[in-house]
Design a protein around this ligand. Structure first.
Ligand SMILES: C[S@@+](CC[C@H](N)C(=O)[O-])C[C@H]1O[C@@H](n2cnc3c(N)ncnc32)[C@H](O)[C@@H]1O
Length: 250
């Protein structure tokens, strides 16, 4: 239910320009472990293009043709070589191993069933070279925030952005939290002052709680080496916005 969200890569990049701290975190991880770097759900290359420009051999696996096309365009524009592969992180076989596998910016949360998460972790394990790591980030669910997902449409001022053709774009979101599935089901509305709702798209995103993740990883043959609550590597505490994991095969 989130495919449409990734069908307009330009809109995605304007909405989520990406954090410099996140890019620097993943670049540092690539400096420590890469070698050969694979990103699953690589989007438009926000992490992978800077990593490739540092001299690492990079492969991006991505479901959306539109996101891949934009990643290819941006890499070519910067003169950076990356292997871009269209595929599904739940079922892929690249026939070789990597020194670092990344799953950045909540991409993992598009897998809603526990079986899909475990299938992905098993495949990651098969693609890890000796000594390699899986590094990923997902948000740290807050029950307070989830409780506010009541289906009512609200403006998210912090998400407004400027489109060179349309001007200032306002973003409204109506979210509903399905507690049984642990999935937030949202509708995102994009408007300008003169054009209401010029795009309306669904986005569904799972919550994975901190006590679940080590178990899911373990079913996939992985274990947690380090866990952080922000990009500065502070510990994961109750109020942390992020869950950042560094994992290895067990
Ligand atoms: C939130 S974006 C993150 C993009 C990128 N990792 C970044 O840091 O900017 C999530 C990406 O995951 C991709 N995606 C969703 N489900 C996927 C799947 N099953 N296999 C591969 N990619 C997937 C989406 O198409 C989207 O590009």
């Amino acid at each position: 239910m989130s495919g449409q969200f990734y069908s307009d890569a330009t809109l995605y990049d304007r909405l989520f320009p990406g954090s410099e701290q996140a890019v620097e975190f993943y670049r540092a991880e690539a400096g420590r472990h890469g070698g050969r770097v694979l990103e699953l759900g690589s989007g438009t290359g926000n992490k992978l293009i800077p990593i490739a420009s540092d001299g690492h051999a990079c492969t991006g696996l991505e479901l959306s043709a539109a996101m891949l096309a934009e990643a290819r365009r941006k890499a070519a524009e910067r003169g950076v070589e990356v292997e871009w592969v269209q595929g599904d992180m739940r079922e892929f076989d690249l026939g070789r191993t990597f020194d670092l596998v990344l799953i950045a910016a909540n991409s993992l949360l598009h897998l809603h069933a526990a079986e899909d998460l475990v299938a992905c972790f098993r495949l990651v394990r098969r693609h890890l070279a000796p000594g390699a790591r899986l590094v990923f980030d997902v948000f740290n669910p807050s029950v307070g925030v989830l409780a506010q997902a009541d289906g009512i449409r609200r403006r998210r001022d912090a998400l407004s952005f400027v489109d060179p053709d349309r001007g200032v774009v306002h973003v409204d979101v109506a979210d509903e939290y399905d507690a049984a599935a642990q999935v937030t089901r949202g509708r995102w509305y994009f408007s300008t002052d003169s054009e209401a709702d010029f795009v309306v798209m669904p986005l569904e995103i799972r919550s994975i709680f901190p006590q679940e993740l080590p178990l899911l990883l373990s079913l996939g043959g992985l274990r947690v080496v380090e866990r952080f609550g922000d990009w500065s590597r502070a510990p994961l505490t109750a109020g942390a916005a992020l869950q950042l994991y560094v994992c290895e095969p067990h």
